[in-house]
Design a protein around this ligand. Structure first.
Ligand SMILES: *[C@@H]1O[C@H](CO)[C@@H](O)[C@H](O)[C@H]1NC(C)=O
Ligand SMILES: *[C@@H]1O[C@H](CO)[C@@H](O)[C@H](O)[C@H]1NC(C)=O
Length: 357
């Protein structure tokens, strides 16, 4: 009886999966990372790293502050839209419901998270913890679908990861006096990549086969880091680390794909892609690429976006929403480049091609 019920539920779940699969080349998106991808996990934490209050969400449907660190939607919303899927719900909202459905995708991303557990410790869900949560989601999928179906489902699904910015920001702020020529940042990047290697191996072990890695952006040009410079220039140290980190992540992923014939990936060079808008804002229709739209103080970067902060009238003319995060307009443009663009910005294939495998 119990066995029959389980088999019946597996059959129902399998047919639901078949319907989803027909509409999109990928049945689900599993999201990991930081505030660039958080869609509300931190709303459920006791933390300072939150965005579930105005003016965040001012351009979101219903002007709702959902916990996204944005004036509107973020990159994972546009990723889902491009694939014809609903945005994957936050794990902490889903897991508290009575009968969570993990087969339509889950978002584990948490504002503040880094590759290292030490980054914003106890203020966010660390990447390691996100993978722990995914391990329990994996177990639950195996239980509801059966091992073979769960494996097939995950192999078709997209694993979107954006992680590393917070580690780099912390390092750059702590080492801002270091000269760019004599800095030990290569050791720092090596340590991050070593940790990241274990984390991606774990995800592969749990069934990830289509990995979208969104590299770190030019974090030295975020209003927060610019504001620290007397001349309001980008932090060359932070931007340099971001470039090295993305290059090292690229060789890590190509090594994994060489070792595992069934693993495919796309890597987005967020640094190069976003720098186009920062270096030549007018060419792309932006009027402000330095100051944040929402915040207070120099460059609106001394204080983040709170209900008491100033915010700009025209968000579509700004590159940065707050002291760390891009506007919805930028998120849409970057996602569109990653989806249909080509090397060197997205390689060795774009998201459309990765999805179709
Ligand atoms: C990070 O935290 C996870 C638990 O979430 C733990 O398993 C792991 O060992 C920790 N890593 C380090 C380097 O402390
Ligand atoms: C907002 O900025 C965009 C881009 O700079 C511009 O095209 C648009 O006309 C502006 N809208 C308003 C209402 O000023």
């Amino acid at each position: 009886m119990a066995v029959a019920a389980v088999a019946f539920m597996a059959a129902v779940a399998a047919s639901l999966l078949a319907v989803a699969a027909a509409a999109s080349p990928v049945p689900a998106i599993y999201v990991f990372g930081d505030s660039l991808a958080d869609v509300g996990n931190n709303n459920h934490l006791v933390t300072l790293l939150k965005a579930d209050f105005p003016h965040n969400g001012i351009d979101y449907p219903g002007k709702k502050a959902t916990g996204r660190f944005s004036n509107g939607k973020n990159s994972v919303d546009f990723l889902a839209e491009n694939l014809g899927l609903a945005t994957s719900p936050p794990y902490l909202a889903l897991s508290s419901s009575s009968n969570p459905n993990y087969a339509n995708g889950v978002n584990f991303a948490s504002g503040g998270a880094g590759v290292s557990n030490a980054t914003n410790k106890d203020q966010c869900i660390s990447f390691d913890k996100q993978i722990d949560y995914f391990a329990s989601v994996h177990a639950s999928l195996v239980q509801s679908l059966g091992q073979a179906q769960a494996t097939a489902h995950l192999a078709k699904s997209l694993f979107a990861i954006t992680i590393g910015s917070n580690d780099i920001i912390h390092y750059a702020k702590a080492n801002s006096a270091t000269s760019a020529t004599a800095d030990p940042s290569q050791q720092f990047v090596d340590a991050l990549i070593q940790t990241l290697t274990g984390q991606l191996q774990r995800l592969y072990g749990l069934g990830a086969r289509k990995v979208l890695f969104l590299g770190t952006g030019p974090v030295g040009c975020t209003p927060s880091l610019r504001e620290l410079s007397p001349t309001k220039d980008c932090s060359a140290l932070a931007n340099g680390i971001s470039v090295s980190y993305n290059a090292a992540a690229a060789s890590l992923l190509s090594g994994m794909a060489a070792r595992y014939a069934d693993m495919h990936y796309a890597l987005f060079d967020s640094s190069a892609a976003l720098l186009r808008y920062i270096n030549q804002p007018a060419a792309y229709g932006f009027t402000e690429a330095k100051a944040a739209c929402c915040g207070l103080g120099d460059l609106n970067a001394k204080i983040g976006c709170t209900p008491l902060s100033f915010y700009c009238d025209n968000r579509t003319s700004h590159v940065f929403w707050d002291f760390y995060h891009p506007t919805e307009t930028i998120a849409r443009k970057l996602t569109s480049t990653a989806f249909d663009g080509s090397a060197p910005l997205i390689f060795p294939m774009n998201i459309r091609q990765l999805s179709a495998i």
